[in-house]
Structures are given as structure tokens and as C-alpha cells.
Design a protein around this ligand. Sequence first.
Ligand code: COA
Ligand code: AMP
Length: 631
Amino acid sequence: MSYQQKYQQSIEQPAEFWADAAEAVHWFKKWDKVLDDSRPPFYRWFSGGLTNSCYNALDRHVENGRADQPALIYDSPVTNTVKSFTYRELRDEVARFAGVLAGQGVTKGDRVIIYMPMVPEAVVAMLACARIGAIHSVVFGGFAPNELATRIDDAKPKLMISASCGIEINRVIPYKPLLDAAIELASHVPEKCIILQRPQAQAGLIAGRDLDWTELMAQAQPVDCVPVAATDPLYILYTSGTTGIPKGVVRDNGGHLVALKWSMEYIYGVKPGEVYWAASDVGWVVGHSYIVYAPLFHGCTTILYEGKPVGTPDPGAFWRVISQHKVSVLFTAPTAFRAIKRDDPTGEYVGQYDLSGFRTLFLAGERCDPDTLHWAEDKLNVPVIDHWWQTETGWPIGANFAGLELFPVRPGSAGKPAPGYNIQILDEGGHEAPPNKIGSIVIKLPLPPSCLPTLWNNDDGFVRSYLSVFPGYYTTADAGFKDDDGYLWIMSRTDDIINVAGHRLSTGGMEEVLASHPDVAECAVIGVADELKGEIPLGVVVLKAGVNRTEKEIVDELIRMVRERIGPVASFKVATVVKRLPKTRSGKVLRGTMKKIADGVEYRMPATIDDPVILDEITESLARLGYPHHQ
Ligand code: COA
Ligand code: AMP
């Protein structure tokens, strides 16, 4: 079947399309209804069905001939370790850790927060939760205690799982003090914390609350998979919203399982038994879907890489992993390739490794600039596919289809709509925009399987955030267009989210931090273009009258505050003090105009600007910081 036929069927007969896809996974009991549309705008997939995500990831393969195949290869240049787990070994570890959780009273529906570095135990913990129907919520290690505390208060976990430390290139980052600080800040009190002691740092354990991973595992008995409803939550993953409060994206078991399995075959074009590598982090959606769940659902070998594209030890790191473990398909963010290209512009390291088994490179997380795409194509000689998705969807919305039909790549475009996604471009009046005309990118309801059914404990927030701008449609908050041939071009966000090294961050959240500084009267944070990270945040602040401390003193404090409150991952390192912020006559801060000035992009003087002279001052302040860079 061609792409066009599959796509057409998925839109016109979604129930038939997804019922067919659902035959590829294991059900304890099949669904009563493929698409339950009895309570719009809340649609549910496979209602009445019983399944288990851990069973589909592990036990099923152990029982069907893959017991001795590697399921997971942990490759950690930062600790000089390579360790492989067969499907049987991983199943046994997970079953035992599920026994640990059950022994601590964790049962179906309980939440468990996982705050861990890229170690196999993070994957074991996630799958063990899935095994017993507990809902995991993984929090990325680069977030500060305050962010972790917000998530603790929203998810209200019974238990937390963490490690003594993470390792960033050659710096050991103790995690336990961050965990302790977060629990101190939160109102909700988790009953227990299970801590994995890593040899690089020993964490002090709090008697009565903290338990040692290894000791518990030594005594635990394995437990079996618990059948859960297809519509039961598998996990909650918090992602940046437009304020400092993150959104708890809920993922169900059944829809997620079916869509991810489908994507492995048709989008990524991999076969069971092949090696698939997503170079991301388990703290992000890419890590959830394509390090942990999808490759295992599909019977592949997945790589868990604790390292960076450069510096661990050199820009040949990715090529070393691909050749050593015979990786067929790599998925990462364009920023990783920009880092490699910066350190090895001629691709000298590429030639040092045997990449003959490597077939396709997928990039996502931010728009891939054509230069980076061409560089990767040139050096690797394989198709380089930019594809587009969000934490909310859990799998690609726009892609190219390595297992179905590979369209010619158009650099700068994120491919064509994936089956299941009825994507439309709407103008401000809610009318469909003609080809090549930029507008709001929306998805007509119902969303396909795997997409969020709601926000955790917040149905109203779900409707308000995503479904209220254009009734009947999910708003992606991305702007872009379709070209004459139906390719999608994702150009910018329509909210205050920025993408820093493929990480999604809220400038509104950073503004809240800056505004809490005692000397700051007003502030704005904008995302400015950055050669390596795509975008980085830049703060523009106005001080309160009478403050006469130096700009450097205040800016240093602001940088420290964002690092302490949001985390190093925000990469907030530049700010400037100005006398006033540019605003419209109605008081709206002209962030877009400031961004254009910083990026050296031509701009039109906004007709509604309050006082045009302010823009000259902004231009001068930004010039003092070296913006725009290319002048
Ligand atoms: N725990 C603690 N700190 C962390 C962390 C973690 N898990 N992950 C990142 N950090 C810290 C980093 O050490 C860095 O701190 P610094 O400001 O003191 O240097 C900061 O957070 C920013 O990290 P990062 O965005 O990773 O930038 P970097 O300069 O260290 O590396 C790249 C730049 C491009 C090499 C890196 O971003 C990368 O490998 N990206 C790959 C793409 C990716 O993983 N995308 C995810 C979605 S697919
Ligand atoms: P996240 O939820 O962290 O995965 O971030 C999702 C956002 O990243 C999207 O809404 C887009 O703004 C952006 N994004 C992800 N992939 C792409 C891509 N291939 N092209 C353009 N933007 C992308």
C-alpha cells in the first residue's frame, strides 16, 4: 500500500486502520471499541481492552524466541562501561524490581517519580512501574529542585527513585542533595526514596525514608505483569507550558503501544532484531518513546548512551557507537550534529569507523537547518530525515516513511503528515490557509492513538490549553505551512516556548524567576538564535528606581537564580539592563521585535509601538552583548 492510501484510510476509517495496527501487539483481552467517541472532546482508544506495556516490551519476546538477543546495550563513555542485557536478563531485572516496588506497597495507579541519570536502572524502574500498573513520571536530571518539587506536588508520588549522581562529561553531579532539597520544598511527602549508589559518589541516606537499590534487589522476589486497561495511564511526563507551571502530559497504555509499534515499522523502517539508537535522555519524550518503549515493543536492541556527541571523548563518539554496536537507525536532535560539525567540520572522524550497516538518520526536537542536514547527508551518505513531534503526541506528527515510502527530502521541511494526523493550517479566522501560506498548525480531532488523552488531573487545563482556540481541533502551538505537494514546514512557536539544544523551555517561566529579583521592576526573556543550540534565552530587565548596583552584579545574580530555580538545562547565560521595555500602546511587550533585533532580522516598526526611541536603546544594549552575531 502506498503512503497516500494508508494516510487516506487512517483519516477516513480510523477505527479500521488502528484495529489492524493493534493486531501486532499482545492483548490479554481485546478492546470493545477501537475509538470511543462517547465523550468528545475526550476520545479514547481501545476502550475495554486489557494489555501490559512491560509484557509487550519484554516477556512477549522472551517467550517468542528473543530471550538471548540483546534488549539493551548500556554504553557509557563517561564511566568507561559497555554492558549488554539480553531480553531474558532485562525481564528478570525488571520483574525483580517490580517485586521491590510491590514490597513497598506500590500498586496499580500509584505514581512513582524517577529522577535518574542515563543508567540501565532508569529503564528498569520505568518498565517495573509499567509491569505492575504504577504510573511513572521521569524528571530530567538537568532540572533544579524547584522544578522537581512542582512535579512532586502535582503527581503526588508514593515513592521516588533516584541515584547518588549523574556524570556530565567529566563532572560528577550529586543528585541526592537535589532530591532532598526538592522534597523539602514540596508540600506532598513521598513515603520512600529508593537510591541507586553509583561508585562515583556515595549519597547519605536518611534513615526511615531512603532505601538502597542494591540491598532491596538482593532480597526481592520477581512479580508478574498485571493486566491494565488500554486507557489506564502508563506515565505522566511534564513539559513546559506557557507559565512556570509545567503540564502533566498523560500517556495511556493501549494507544501508545499500538502507535509506537506501528511507527517502528513504517516510519523508522526497522525490523525486529535490528539495533536502534535514540541519542536522547530518558527524561525527555524521545527517550521515553524511542530509547525505552518503541524499540522494545518491536523486538529491537536499544542503546542507552550516557555521553555526549562531542567531548566523550571526541566528535567521533557517535560513529564509534554505531560501528561497535551495529546500529541501523539513529535518532537525535540537530543540535548534536551542529556540535559534531563544529568540532569536526571536514568529517575526519566519520572515516575512521565502519558505518556500512548504518541506514537512516532521523532528526527532531527543533527545525533542522538545511546546512546541518546537508552536512550530515554528505558525510554519512544515508537519508537524513527531519521529522516533527511533541511531548503531547509521543510519536511523529510529520515525517518521512522509511518503511512505507521514502519521499525525496526537502531540506527545512518536516516531511508529510503521519497517518492518523489530520493536519490543517488555519488562518486567524479559523479558515484553512492555501498552500505555502503560513498559519496555525492544528490537528482535527480525534487525535490518533498515543496522543495525550488529557493532562494529569486537569481536564479543564487540557481543553483550555489545546482545544479552545479552534473548537474541534488540537492546537499544536506551532506555526507553519504546507507546500504545493503537501510537505509540512514547521517554522516557529505561537507561544513563548523556546527550543534550547532540542530541549523545550518556557520563557514565561524564566521571566517569573527574573521578576522575583528584588531589584527588577520589569523583564522579558526572548529566544535568540544560537549557532550550536539553535536558540538560547536572553533576558532584558528594567531595574526599580533607585537601584544603583552594577549591571554585572545584578546579571550574575539573575543567571544564578535561573540555574538554581529552573536548572542548568535552561542555558540562561545572557541578560542586559535597559531603561524601559518596548511596548505597544496597550502595554504588550514587543518580544518579537526584540528577537528580530537580536537575530539581525529586518523588522517593521510596529504601528502600535508606544515609543519608537526605546528600540534604539535596545539595539545598543544588544550590540554591547555582541548581537546580532553576524554583524
Ligand atoms: N544532569 C545535570 N546537568 C545536566 C544534565 C543532567 N542530566 N544534562 C545537561 N546538564 C547541564 C549541562 O552540564 C550544562 O551545564 P553547564 O551550563 O554547566 O555547562 C547544561 O545543563 C546545558 O546542557 P546541554 O543543553 O546538554 O548543553 P551542553 O553545552 O552541555 O551540550 C550539546 C550541548 C549540543 C552537546 C547537547 O545539548 C547535546 O548533546 N544535545 C543532544 C540532543 C538531545 O539530547 N536532545 C534531546 C531531545 S532529542
Ligand atoms: P517537545 O515537546 O520537547 O518534543 O517539543 C516540541 C516542539 O519542538 C514542537 O512543538 C516544535 O516547536 C519543536 N519541534 C520538534 N521537532 C521539530 C521539527 N522537526 N521541526 C521544527 N520544530 C520541531
